[in-house]
Design a protein around this ligand. Structure first.
Ligand code: ZN
Length: 250
């Protein structure tokens, strides 16, 4: 059942008429971004700040902004790698309709995938949003006030609390990206998982949904995943080199 070579992956992509690409932390580890759930990852060095605590507690907000502005979390400020570029080629060639991602690092957009074709299930750490009115705030506008004057950011429009645009632990999944991801999943005939161990739900429900809807499912990941047994193709490989080999530049 599980084919295992890059040639099989190339055929899987060639046969797809409408491909959805789904990415997890493993796509960005080759850019130097730690997989925050793995041993040695961010959450083993630094406790996550739960959404409820951020909202209720000014000291937690201060700590969260300190992490964001000092880069301690380590998930922004990196460059896209060969895996991101290969995914961008699949989108540019019209092979992939969109990228559903669990990552918050903005690297799919940085590699050239149009922002409206990146569906972010866990938000984006490269900018901030008001929790009341959703007004977007750039980190550059907020950084100096925080670092120099210790000002915790508030919304310039409504005075509400501003937070990086990530979905924190304890925060509700974003309705619009979830709905778009579901629609894309149900429209595809092939679903390609890259660099996700598929343990975090509801995100990991999308490959299953695709499979149950009749799409082919391929998983490329360095380690075994929770869904290897129900995939049509499983490749335990490095994402960048494997994807580069199967997505020529024209
Ligand atoms: Zn606001």
């Amino acid at each position: 059942m599980n084919a295992m070579s890059r040639a099989d992956l190339a055929r899987f992509i060639a046969d797809a008429r409408r491909l959805v690409v789904f990415t997890g932390a493993g796509v960005s580890t080759e850019s130097g971004i730690p997989d925050f759930r793995s041993p040695g990852g961010v959450w083993s060095r630094m406790k996550p700040i739960y959404f409820q605590d951020f909202v209720a507690n000014a000291e937690k907000r201060r700590e969260a902004w300190e992490r964001a502005f000092t880069g301690r979390a380590g998930w922004t400020g990196r460059e896209p790698n060969a895996g991101h570029h290969a995914v961008a080629r699949l989108v540019a060639q019209g092979k992939a309709s969109c990228v559903i991602t669990q990552n918050v690092d903005n690297l799919h957009q940085a590699s050239g995938v149009p922002a409206d074709q990146v569906i972010e299930l866990h938000g984006n750490a490269s900018y901030a949003k008001c929790l009341e009115c959703e007004e977007r705030h750039e980190l550059d506008e907020l950084r100096e006030g925080f670092l120099k004057a210790g000002e915790i950011p508030y919304c310039r429009r409504c005075g509400g609390l501003v937070k990086t645009a990530t979905i924190s632990f304890g925060q509700q999944m974003p309705a619009e990206p979830m709905a778009r991801a579901e629609a894309a999943t149900l429209e595809c005939d092939a679903f390609l998982v890259l660099g996700s161990s598929l343990v975090v739900y509801p995100a990991a429900g999308f490959p299953l949904m695709a499979r149950e809807n009749g799409a082919k499912l391929a998983i490329v990941n360095r380690e075994a995943t929770e869904l290897d047994a129900c995939a049509d193709l499983v490749l335990h490989d490095e994402i960048g080199p494997a994807l580069t080999a199967v997505t020529p530049s024209n």
